[in-house]
Design a protein around this ligand. Sequence first.
Ligand code: PAD
Ligand code: ZN
Ligand code: ZN
Length: 375
Amino acid sequence: MSTTGKVIKCKAAVLWELNKPFAIEEVEVAPPKAHEVRIKIVAAGICRSDDHVVTGNLVTSLPVILGHEAAGIVESIGEGVTTLKPGDKVIPLFIPQCGKCSVCKHPEGNYCVKNDLSKLQGTLQDGTRRFTCRGKPVSHFIGTSTFSQYTVVDEMSVAKIDAASPLEKVCLIGCGFTTGYGSAVKVAKVTQGSTCVVFGLGGVGLSVIMGCKAAGAARIIGVDINKDKFEKAKEVGATECVSPQDFKEPIYKVLNEMSGGGVDFSFEVIGRLDTMMSALLCCQEAYGVSVVVGVPPNTQNLSMNPLLLLGGRTWKGAVFGGYKSKDSVPKLVADFMAKKFPLDMLITHVLPFEKINEGFDLLRSGKSIRTILTF
Ligand code: PAD
Ligand code: ZN
Ligand code: ZN
């Protein structure tokens, strides 16, 4: 029996309160309206950005269905949808690509003005929600909400991918891999023979390392306070790893000494203000480039001396590795299928969706890189 045009009742992980476990609930998912697509989620990764909502670092309205790194199959489409059809394999996009705004038209920009990351309004583009639970509307999260058996997204927030792609792996192209890899090759534009430093060796940080390696960096120094992360970092390309806790001096000084005066490229992939400053300070003062990848708490500010930039340093940031989402995701999936980069090394755990709370515990205790939830 076709579900097209009907409300679907299915399971979703609902966050009702901050710092509480997700509740697996029966939710109602309304059919897609015009220019929307309803997707059956097949696999979803757990990213630290989801946890930032649970802890209150990213503030959105509750209850909410989180999840933004996933892959699935189109169940049905709304009126006017032209780029997808039922049965297509897809990756939802947490940064849309409307194709019409000044950012989409700019050759470099990817932070489409239709994104919900800056507002965290919790709705689709038309300002309304498609989820209901226990009679209450439930918020969307950055236009994706993939911790649900079914979700509805805007057509500008979903990319069609190769029908042969393994969804339980390419889901990582929906956030972690793409964000990290692109931060190195596209945002920093890492050069051949350079020295790079990566602060934070989680799923995103390891992907930065892969990007630095692919760009031909000669030295890639991993920084993390959890030394259990070093082995994997070296497997994906780090040439050495250090823990700030092993030194009396501030870590930026250690890195300046190790690199003979400052590194070429540094990346903050944790989401802390102190490590953002360390990453800036460890890059060479005349030509170093420091990239903010980690998502900082949205109520905090950094104060810095502008003299740090006057010598010529560049301080920048980007979401989703600077990639225009709808154009780039299908190409990255094709590159993965052509074995241009691996994803397996990022996946440490696979759990059934119902064990989502266990997956978040693994992230918080530092035991996992990426946990993939299967539906
Ligand atoms: P993760 O939690 O798996 O990795 C973070 C790593 O940082 C862990 O290995 C920690 O041990 C380490 N760490 C924590 N504190 C410190 C410290 N004080 N000094 C050194 N190391 C430390 O997270 P992730 O890899 O999923 O995500 C990393 C960040 O990137 C996080 O803030 C997330 O929200 C952000 C992100 N940004 C984008 C984007 O588009 N810009 C996309 C996805 C994730
Ligand atoms: Zn993410
Ligand atoms: Zn746009």
